[in-house]
Design a protein around this ligand. Structure first.
Ligand SMILES: [Zn+2]
Length: 132
């Protein structure tokens, strides 16, 4: 159970991240959504999409992604991928506004799989990274 102050902190994080959530929803619409679900703890909008037809570079093989508090799940998702994305949502909640900047600094320095945000997400969720 979360304490009252944790709930307030999470809510403030959610509100501060609203701009990213809007981007996430637009990306979700572009990716052909098939269903939407709201979750609490962390607050997340989970959108099942048909295809990440627009992805390139290191994200080319993405099965799912989190943009702020929006989680996008493709039909390719595997076991515990949702939990992995919810760890990224928690990272946004912990570090509102600046999380994407911190993530890209880490990505630039350490690459995809070894950066601390992915490392935490794979470790906590227990899902599996595949190169292809
Ligand atoms: Zn990840």
């Amino acid at each position: 159970m979360l304490t009252y102050s944790e709930k307030i902190k999470n809510m403030i994080g959610f509100i501060l991240n609203i701009p990213y959530m809007l981007i996430g929803l637009i990306v979700g619409i572009f990716s052909i959504p098939s269903s939407v679900e709201f979750r609490k703890n962390p607050y997340a909008i989970v959108v099942k999409i048909k295809k990440f037809w627009w992805v390139f570079g290191y994200m080319k093989n993405a099965r799912a992604m989190a943009i702020g508090h929006v989680v996008l799940l493709s039909p390719k998702i595997e076991d515990r991928d949702l939990e992995h994305e919810l760890v990224h949502v928690q990272q946004h909640q912990r570090m509102p506004i600046i999380q994407p900047i911190l993530y890209y600094i880490e990505l630039f320095r350490k690459g995809y799989r070894d950066n601390k945000y992915e490392d935490e997400a794979y470790r906590v969720a227990g899902n599996i990274y595949r190169e292809k």
